[in-house]
Design a protein around this ligand. Structure first.
Ligand code: GLN
Length: 534
C-alpha cells in the first residue's frame, strides 16, 4: 500500500487519561492485523526536547536508538509494538519554533510575515507527514500531548484539522479520549464532561470520529448511546476504556471493544486476519499467574515519582513474566541511605538495582547500597550512574583509594575513577550534548553478561558524559572487578562485573530502553532469574 493513513489522538477533560497506552494498544492491534504502524508524540511545551527536564517535571527521559531524548510515551510505543522509534517520533513546540525561526533567519520565507498560521501549523504538518514518508508506513498514529482547550495545544489542533482536509476523506481519523466520572453520591456515571470536551473540539473545527471513554465503572449501553447521540458519532465509535490491573491488558480490552475494526472501517482499510496475539496473551497469563515472588530494591533519588524510572519498572514486568515470577519493586530514596542504616533500609529485599542519575545529591546513599550488595553477595544491577557508583565503591573500599570519586561529584579528587569523556571536555551546552543513543559493545565470553545475551556483540543505548577511567583498569581487574564489556572503537568500559560475586553487573548503558513485551531484556531476565533461583 502506498498511501499512509493518519490517526490523530487527542485528550479532553483531564490529563493522564492514558492517550499513550491507547495509541500503543491500537497500534499493536493494527500491527497484529498485518499493517505497518508507527506512533508519534507531539508535545506542546517549549523545551526543544525533554532531555533538559528534571524527571520530577515530566518523568523519565526516554532515549531512542538514534540518540533522541524523548518523551516517556515513546517507551510505551516501543514496548508495545516492538519496533524502534526515532527523533521523528517526538516533536515539541520548542523544536517546531526552532525550525521555523531557523528558516526565517535563512531567509526562506522570502520577506513574508512569519505567523502561527500558516508557518507554525505548516511546520507541524510537515513533521507529521515526514514520519509517514520515512518508512512508508500504512498507518501513523499521532498523539497530541496536553488537553484540548489548553492554549498551547491550539496550533496542533488547527494543524491536524487542516491535515484532514489536505489528506482527503478516509485518509485520516480523529480519536478523542475523555473521562466519564462516577459520582458515588448519586450512583451515576456522568457524560457531561465528555459532551463539553467534544464541544471544544467542534469549536476548533474538528468532529471526533471515535470517542474512547476512560472509566472506573462499566458503561451501560444507555451511557454509550447518550454519548453517541450528543457527540454525533455512531454507537460502535464509543469505546469503553475501563481501568485494568496492567497496561498490557489494554490491547485486549480494545480488541473486545473492536476499536481496531471501527478504525479500519472508517479509514476504508480491510480488516485482514484476526489479530495474532498469542505471545501477548501468554505474557499476560504468566504475569497474572506467577509461581514465585521476589522483592528488588530500587535505589534512586527520584523515587517519589514512579514515572522517573518507567522503563526500569516495565523491564521488570517483562522479566518477571518470562520467569513466572512476581517482581515487587521497593523504591528506596538514596538520600536516606547511609552506611549505618543500609541494612535496615534494604531489609527483606533479594536484589538491588541502583538507578541512573545526575549530580551529587543522593550519590553517597547509592554507594552505600552498592557496598551492601557487594559485601552480602546480593544480586546487583547498576545502570549508568549505578555502574559508576559500583566503580567508586570498589575503588574506595577494595582498592583503598579513600577519596576515589567521579569527576562529576568532586573536581578535586586525586582519584577520578570515573572521569569526563574526552569528547565532552569542551561541551558547555546542556541540551542534546551527552553521549547519546546506540553504541556497540563487545562482551567477554566468560561473564555473567555473556550468559545473559548469548552473544559477544551487542548494541545498547546511552545517555552520559562520564566514563570509567581506564588508567585504573589494571588495578580494578587485579582486585576482582572486571571490565567484561567495552566499546570496540574507543576502548570505553561499558560493563563491569565482580567475578567472585553471585551476580554483580554494572552497565554504562541503559538496557531498560530496549526491553519489550515480546523481547524482554536479557540482563533483566537473568537478574530476576538469579534471584528467583537463589
Ligand atoms: N551522571 C552520569 C554521567 O553523566 C550518569 C548518567 C546516567 O545515569 N544516565 O555520566
Amino acid at each position: 500500500m502506498s498511501l499512509t493513513k493518519y490517526i490523530f489522538v487527542t485528550g479532553g477533560v483531564t490529563s493522564s487519561l492514558g492517550k499513550g497506552i491507547i495509541s500503543a494498544s491500537l497500534a499493536k492491534l493494527l500491527q497484529a492485523r498485518g499493517y505497518s504502524v508507527t506512533i508519534q508524540k507531539l508535545d506542546p511545551y517549549i523545551n526543544v526536547d525533554p532531555g533538559t527536564l528534571n524527571p520530577y517535571e515530566h518523568g523519565e527521559c526516554y532515549v531512542t536508538e538514534d540518540g533522541a531524548e524523548t518523551d516517556l510515551d515513546l517507551g510505551h510505543y516501543e514496548r508495545f509494538i516492538n519496533l524502534p522509534t526515532s527523533q521523528a517520533n517526538n516533536v515539541t513546540t520548542g523544536r517546531i519554533y526552532q525550525n521555523v525561526i531557523n528558516k526565517e533567519r535563512k531567509g526562506d520565507y522570502l520577506g513574508k510575515t512569519v505567523q502561527v498560521i500558516p508557518h507554525i501549523t505548516d511546520e507541524i504538518k510537515r513533521n507529521i507527514k515526514l514520519l509517514g514518508k520515512k518508512s512508508n508506513f500504512d498507518v501513523v498514529i499521532t498523539e497530541i500531548g496536553g488537553t484540548v482547550g489548553d492554549i498551547e495545544s491550539l496550533p496542533y489542533i488547527e494543524a491536524v484539522r487542516q491535515l484532514k482536509w489536505d489528506l482527503g476523506s478516509q485518509n485520516s481519523l480523529f480519536i478523542h479520549l475523555t473521562l466519564v466520572p462516577y459520582l458515588s453520591a448519586s450512583g451515576e456515571l456522568k457524560t457531561k464532561p465528555t459532551q463539553h470536551s467534544v464541544k471544544v473540539m467542534l469549536e476548533n473545527g474538528i468532529q471526533p470520529d471515535v470517542l474512547v471513554l476512560r472509566t472506573e465503572h462499566p458503561l451501560t449501553s444507555d451511557v454509550k448511546k447518550k454519548v453517541a447521540q450528543f457527540c454525533n458519532v455512531d454507537i460502535e465509535s464509543v469505546v469503553k476504556s475501563i481501568d485494568v490491573a496492567t497496561i498490557y491488558e489494554v490491547p485486549l480490552l480494545m480488541k473486545e471493544e473492536k476499536l481496531d475494526v471501527t478504525v479500519l472501517r472508517k479509514l476504508g482499510l480491510p480488516e485482514n486476519e484476526e489479530p495474532k496475539l498469542e505471545k501477548w496473551t501468554q505474557f499476560i497469563n504468566r504475569l497474572k499467574n506467577p509461581k514465585k515472588e521476589i522483592t528488588i530494591g530500587l535505589v534512586g533519588k527520584y523515587v517519589e515519582l514512579p514515572d522517573s524510572y518507567k522503563s526500569i519498572m516495565e523491564s521488570f514486568v517483562h522479566a518477571g513474566s518470562i520467569n513466572e515470577c512476581k517482581v515487587n519493586i521497593k523504591s528506596i530514596h538514596s538520600e536516606k541511605i547511609t552506611d549505618s542504616n543500609v541494612s535496615n533500609k534494604l531489609e527483606g529485599i533479594q536484589g538491588i538495582i541502583v538507578a541512573p542519575g545526575f549530580g551529587q545529591r543522593g550519590v553517597e546513599g547509592k554507594i552505600s547500597a552498592v557496598k551492601y550488595a557487594r559485601e552480602n553477595n546480593i544480586p546487583f544491577l547498576g545502570i549508568c550512574l549505578g555502574m559508576q557508583c559500583a566503580v567508586i565503591e570498589f575503588a574506595r573500599n577494595v582498592l583503598k583509594l579513600s577519596d576515589a570519586d567521579s569527576a562529576e561529584m568532586s573536581r578535586t579528587t586525586k582519584n577520578p575513577v570515573i572521569d569526563l569523556m574526552e569528547e565532552q571536555k569542551g561541551v558547555t551546552e546542556k541540551g542534546g550534548t551527552m553521549r547519546l543513543g546506540n553504541y556497540p559493545c563487545e562482551i567477554k565470553s566468560d561473564s555473567k553478561v555473556f550468559e545473559a545475551y548469548q552473544t559477544d556483540k551487542i548494541n545498547e543505548r546511552h545517555r552520559h558524559r562520564y566514563e570509567f577511567n581506564n588508567d585504573y583498569l589494571n588495578k580494578f581487574e587485579k582486585a576482582g572487578m572486571l571490565a567484561t564489556g567495552h566499546n570496540p572503537d574507543t576502548g570505553l568500559v561499558e560493563i563491569v562485573e565482580i567475578a567472585e560475586h553471585r551476580w554483580f553487573v554494572g552497565v554504562q548503558f541503559h538496557p531498560e530502553y530496549k526491553s519489550t513485551v515480546v523481547n524482554p531484556h536479557p540482563l533483566f531476565v537473568n537478574f530476576v532469574k538469579e534471584i528467583c533461583n537463589g
